[in-house]
Design a protein around this ligand. Structure first.
Ligand code: IPD
Ligand code: CA
Ligand code: CA
Length: 288
């Protein structure tokens, strides 16, 4: 590794990845303590878009820890942005040019958290000039920490992760979500669901996009797609999937970058088939 490359990943003795891991672990432990004990539930863009004081507290904790280590770095967290897609797009546009940008979802899977359904995660990514170089997703209930560094692979509990080997949709287990845009993104995703379901072994909807991406990286899911996500849902997971040997694009098959909102992440082997199926169903979320 050249000195220049080294500079990207460490400042003095501080590793970006170590800070991301430590911060995700601390936030995750705190969220777990609050499970079943949130005091306040508010609605954001729709009646299906929830936020609690635990989401806000987790983001404050993460921001403070990151800023302690890297005061000059920029920070984009879900709870610091107004609700709805326009505000999210604008916030990312304003921040994407930063040298170092931390992109954070303090609880991905708030609906699960609120109901005590034990699948939610903390998602932390670091982008260097618009490209994700560190991605960490932590599931505090199952104590699973998924971590990837650009060019260095993806790991679960310290062991290298690899995507699954399925080469056909008919052998695949895929996941999607039910997005909160009840009149916009949800109907499009439902079209995709209806079209994909008969062609795959089965479909799962666990309720955390970041965990779905981590599960693709870990080979537990063959693929995942969803319409209308935000950069904080996807940034860490996209690096996990790529570093585990998978493929991440938008639903039209174009390479992943931070602004992508309609995502397709797979083991690579089923990518084209799944993309064609979504396109045939007019379910990519893009104008035909
Ligand atoms: C949500 C989750 C869910 C997905 C939604 C996201 P949040 O994030 O990732 O799985 O279907 O589209 O908004 O609101 O729990 O951070
Ligand atoms: Ca989220
Ligand atoms: Ca969230």
């Amino acid at each position: 590794m050249s000195n220049d490359q080294k500079e990207i990943y460490t400042i003095g003795s501080k590793s970006y990845t170590a800070v991301a891991i430590n911060t995700a672990a601390k936030a995750g432990e705190w969220i777990k303590l609050k499970l079943g004990a949130h005091a306040r539930l508010d609605l954001k863009s729709s009646s299906q878009d929830l936020v609690t004081e635990v989401d806000r507290g987790s983001e404050a904790l993460i921001r403070n820890l990151i800023k302690t280590h890297f005061p000059d770095h920029a920070f984009l967290g879900e709870e610091g942005v107004g609700s709805g897609p326009e505000a999210s797009v604008k916030a990312l546009q304003e921040a994407i040019g930063e040298d170092y940008l931390w992109i954070v979802d303090p609880i991905d899977g708030t609906t699960n958290f609120v109901h005590g359904f034990p699948f939610f995660s903390v998602s932390i990514a670091l982008a260097h000039r618009g490209e994700v170089i560190v991605g960490v997703v932590y599931d505090p209930i199952h104590d699973e920490l998924f971590v990837a560094e650009k060019g260095k692979g993806a790991y679960l509990k310290g062991k290298p992760m690899r995507v699954s080997a399925e080469a056909r949709l008919s052998d695949s287990l895929v996941a999607t979500g039910f997005p909160a845009g009840t009149h916009t993104t949800l109907p499009v995703n439902m079209k995709g669901l209806q079209s994909i379901a008969p062609h795959v072994r089965n479909i799962r909807v666990v309720g955390s996009a970041a965990l779905h991406m981590a599960y693709v990286a870990a080979g537990r899911l063959s693929g995942f797609w969803e319409i209308g996500l935000n950069s904080w849902d996807l940034a860490a997971g996209a690096l996990l999937v790529k570093e585990a040997g998978g493929e991440v694009t938008d639903t039209m098959g174009r390479s992943y970058s931070l602004p992508v909102r309609h995502v397709l992440a797979t083991n690579g082997g089923i990518h084209r088939e799944l993309q064609l199926q979504l396109a045939a169903a007019d379910a990519t979320g893009y104008e035909a």
